[in-house]
Design a binder for this molecule. Structure first.
Ligand code: SAM
Length: 274
């Protein structure tokens, strides 16, 4: 088998592919990186690949997985994949990943594996975590800066909605970092691979209410929690302050210092009262 560098370069030349920056097309050429990603895939599993591109990862996935469903928005790349990867295990879906109903596409449990297009990293993560019941694990390559937001804990400037969504639905961990030289064309940012082991946290409040509170709170991350959320509370700021104090939450705290448990507490107060 050609190594990944030879494969990607040959395919790009053979089909005269002009890489589209607008679709985040940076193709992998590094076998070491691919080996490390593939080691997360159980033998015979069903894999959902997002953005297979020219197939650098796909051709290795079909060797290990039982079935690979590869969702690619670029129709020319879909034709190339079918031509270059001759495997009954591969199903190419020419769609925008954000538009497909994953519960329709996936009938069995799956692992999502992808070098995702960086311009839609957050919506892809959200979709996989919140509306893909069959996806149990996701191994995703993304910009280092986003990965650090995903795994951030309360207290730092990286901590925000993405960190809370990730922790609400999974245990995310950064597996390893990747230099720009692992891609053609090289992206301007450093990348890394994050593994999300999905697990549903038991909540005492509705998920929808909790996320609404988190979004409002982080819309003004420099402001105190009592000031930002008092109007959602539908009422008296002083009364809200008292409720917060009783729940052991400093009303003057800023959202970036609060963990999920505290947001859960706040949501309980707000939605019980309104
Ligand atoms: N997996 C390949 C690799 O590692 O060499 C390509 C990765 S490249 C960073 C991202 C891929 O996602 C591109 O092939 C691009 O066309 C595709 N893509 C971009 N937006 C997409 C979308 N909304 N839905 C599905 N695929 C998309």
């Amino acid at each position: 088998m050609e190594n990944t560098r030879e494969f990607t370069i040959r395919v790009l030349r053979r089909y005269e592919v002009r890489t589209k920056k607008s679709l985040g097309q940076n193709f992998l050429i590094d076998d070491g990186v691919i080996d490390r990603i593939i080691s997360n895939v159980p033998d015979g599993s069903t894999v959902l690949e997002i953005g297979p591109g020219t197939g650098a990862l796909t051709r290795r996935l079909v060797e290990k997985a039982g079935r690979v469903i590869a969702v690619e928005i670029d129709s020319k790349l879909c034709e190339i994949l079918k031509e270059e990867i001759d495997s009954k295990r591969l199903e190419v879906v020419n769609e925008d990943f954000l538009d497909i109903d994953l519960n329709e596409v996936l009938a069995e449990r799956a692992i999502a594996v992808a070098n995702i297009p960086y311009y839609i990293t957050s919506p892809i993560i959200s979709k996989l975590l919140t509306s893909a019941d069959m996806v149990e694990t996701a191994v995703l390559m993304m910009q280092r800066e986003v990965a650090e937001r995903v795994v951030a804990r309360p207290g730092g400037k990286e901590y925000g909605i993405l960190s809370i969504v990730a922790a609400l639905y999974s245990e995310p961990e950064i597996l390893f970092y990747i230099p720009e030289s692992a891609f053609i064309p090289p992206p301007r940012v450093e990348s890394c691979v994050v593994r999300f082991n999905k697990r549903k946290r038991h909540l005492r409040v509705s998920e929808k209410d909790l996320l609404r509170v988190v979004k409002v709170a982080f819309s003004k991350r420099r402001k105190t929690i009592v000031n930002t959320l008092a109007n959602l509370f539908n009422g008296d700021k002083d009364e809200f302050k008292e409720y917060l104090k009783k729940a052991g939450i400093d009303p003057m705290a800023r959202p970036e210092t609060l963990g999920i448990e505290q947001f859960e507490e706040i949501t309980g107060i707000i939605f019980k009262k309104s």
